[in-house]
Design a protein around this ligand. Structure first.
Ligand code: GDP
Length: 287
């Protein structure tokens, strides 16, 4: 289903993280609140060791609030991890991050030392948006110091925190079909990277199980039983995705359905839930 793969990028990401980790005190890992497992990369967890980490469940506005709360509780059970759900553009939400950094690194902060923080995450998860909101108008680049290479320019947030101005980019793991499909559904992958119809069908199957009322409301359907394909056909017919002769254009219907999902038109939808998908975090425990 998924045709894209990034081994070269993975290698580069690994080298970059190994180089930068010793220079930071805390990692801000940005995850997608709708799919915290698939939007993470176990590489970071393996390399992070005992370094404190704040896991941001971003795009909380798109996710199911109850499921997000359950994820937060689960994530905080990991060692040296605090978790926070937010919307990267929301200054009030993002304003909680410096406070949390200072409490996690209380000793260092009290000693008057700068807290060096880096943002990491997979592409499209909202890293740049978050850095911009964090930096705001106070943004001031701190460069040209001998110890700081071009890849580690810093922004002085003037609240005790130095933020690396470029995020660390992790690449999503795409060798798990379910996870890759959820990443595709969320909009994290370019359209050339996946089969639209398959992703739409798998997502529709998930939604009818977990969010039946929202699907019924959005597409004015009364009965969600039957094959996902025939459901998509009904959805396509209802929305006028037709080709000449009155047949449903399934590809267009699939695209429309995924667009609706990403634009929150169906409702606040989480694509992964702790009860079903948390075991994937076990892989983090590998050496
Ligand atoms: P990056 O590749 O990780 O730096 O991601 P960007 O910051 O460029 O964000 C990718 C897309 O996600 C952009 O279209 C952002 O506007 C959008 N985005 C970022 N944060 C949020 C959020 O909290 N909620 C929503 N709905 N969209 C967001």
């Amino acid at each position: 289903m998924i045709i894209d793969w990034y081994p070269g990028h993975m290698k580069k990401a690994r080298a970059q993280i190994i180089e930068i980790l010793p220079k930071v005190d805390l990692v801000l890992e940005v995850l997608d609140a709708r799919l915290p497992v698939s939007s993470s990369n176990p590489l970071l967890e393996r390399l992070r060791g005992q370094k404190p980490c704040i896991k941001i469940l971003n795009k909380k506005d798109l996710a199911d609030p109850n499921i997000t709360r359950a994820w937060l509780r689960l994530l905080e059970k990991q060692q040296q991890v605090k978790a926070l759900a937010l919307e990267a553009k929301d200054r009030r939400d993002v304003g909680l991050i410096p406070k949390l950094c200072r409490s996690v690194l209380a000793q260092r902060f009290k000693a008057g030392k700068p807290l060096r923080v880096m943002v990491v995450g997979i592409p499209n998860v909202g890293k740049s948006t978050l850095i911009n909101t964090l930096a705001g108008k106070k943004m001031a680049r701190v460069g040209d110091k001998p110890a700081i290479t071009t890849t580690t320019q810093q922004i002085d947030l003037r609240n005790g925190i130095l933020l690396l101005d470029t995020p660390g980019i992790l690449w999503p793991v795409l060798d798990n079909l379910g996870g890759a499909g959820r990443l595709a559904a969320s909009g994290a992958l370019g359209e050339a990277a996946y089969a639209t119809l398959e992703v739409a069908l798998a997502t529709l199957d998930y939604l009818r199980e977990h969010y039946p009322q929202q699907v019924k409301n959005r597409y004015q359907l009364e009965d969600l039983s039957g094959a996902a394909l025939s459901l998509l056909e009904q959805i396509g017919r209802g929305r006028g995705c037709l080709v000449s002769g009155g047949e449903v254009d399934l590809h267009r219907a699939a695209e429309m359905f995924l667009r609706d999902l990403r634009a929150n038109k169906i409702g606040r939808i989480s694509l992964e839930r702790p009860t079903e998908d948390a075991s994937a975090f076990d892989q983090y425990q590998e050496s």
